[in-house]
Design a protein around this ligand. Sequence first.
Ligand code: CA
Ligand code: CA
Ligand code: CA
Ligand code: CA
Length: 397
Amino acid sequence: MTKIIFRYVHSTILMFLLSKNQGKKIYDSHNFLITRFYCGVFMLLAIASSNFLIAQSPYGSASHTKNCSSFNMYIGAIEVKEVVSLIFNKANDGCNQSNAPNYTLMSTSPSFTLSEGCTYSISFTTGNAYATQIGVWIDLNIDNDFDDTGEFISKGWANINPGSTLQTRNFVLPCGLNIAGNSRMRIRSDSAGSTPWNSGAACATVAYGETEDYAIRMDTAINPVAGYTMNDTVYVGIPVYFVNNNRKPCFFNAWDIEDNGTMEYLTLDAAHVFHTKGRYCVKLKTDNCKGRSDYLYCFDVLAPPVKIENIEIKKVFHFYPNPASNAINLVMPYYGLQKIEFEFIDLTGQIMTRGEQSITENQMLIKVSSIPNGIYSVRLFKDSQLFGLSRVVVAHD
Ligand SMILES: [Ca+2]
Ligand SMILES: [Ca+2]
Ligand SMILES: [Ca+2]
Ligand SMILES: [Ca+2]
């Protein structure tokens, strides 16, 4: 529990304080009363009870007057994605408190990290009876309040329809924050029919819903260093896969095939088919808040091979760990594959295992616990067409 301030005051002093602060009484019960001076610095005036803890300190309190369990306008499941990578996932927890003031500090060590200049999506479910408005605030400058420019993240968001379907809203952390450290994200729900959430409402008292506070980490952008790997050998008519070295998805990437100033692909990775043989150069430009980095590489495109089975495509598919003991991850270029088929072939040419696996965010997991120790060729198929070959080592502990 974090530190709190108790002050026992005489009723005349209490009235004086209230009048000095426009009577911003934000929570009141027969036990205690909190007077807000401004969000972030507040005073708790304990009237009768000495045994009440405010977990949200040092941040300002956030209260709801109706019991959450009576109306179910709760914050349910939450998913946070950094572009396409899932960085936070919370199951539907309904009303975290059944009674007012419906405030919960969800974490005291960072639940996830947000980085300067990155694009995020956040998805919610809510209770199943009423449309709900969601307010989100982030303490961008880590000064223990949500009052600074840009800290109201959910500006202009549409209401969340009731129910268990995740609904997504987007936000971008601006460049120039240049701050790293532990901070706070506040997520609040309220009826869609109430006064819309606004920049000054992080600590307001509202009727319905609940408040979930998360410890988060803020990171500065890192200097980009562009780079990619690709097929060792490139043939006319066969896709070449350019795999970006910067897997963290907070960079803006542009691929210039033939290095002629025209950007053909603006994706993390790129796949391209060359139609004539010859020497080609491909430039990758990578930038973020910190600036831009270029990487240029030149290679020969050869006449097409007679037999595709003889092509060994290396470096395109990243297997890790390799050697693997129980399961091996396959990371592949991002070009929209839903699933692939795979075969593990031992040195004698025998197929040891084969299967089909769906791909989630460029990755799939293959179990190898039942395969004997050894070196295997892994053949990858899409719609029964061979499109990749790599070598992995299985070594059980
Ligand atoms: Ca909840
Ligand atoms: Ca702040
Ligand atoms: Ca401030
Ligand atoms: Ca080009």
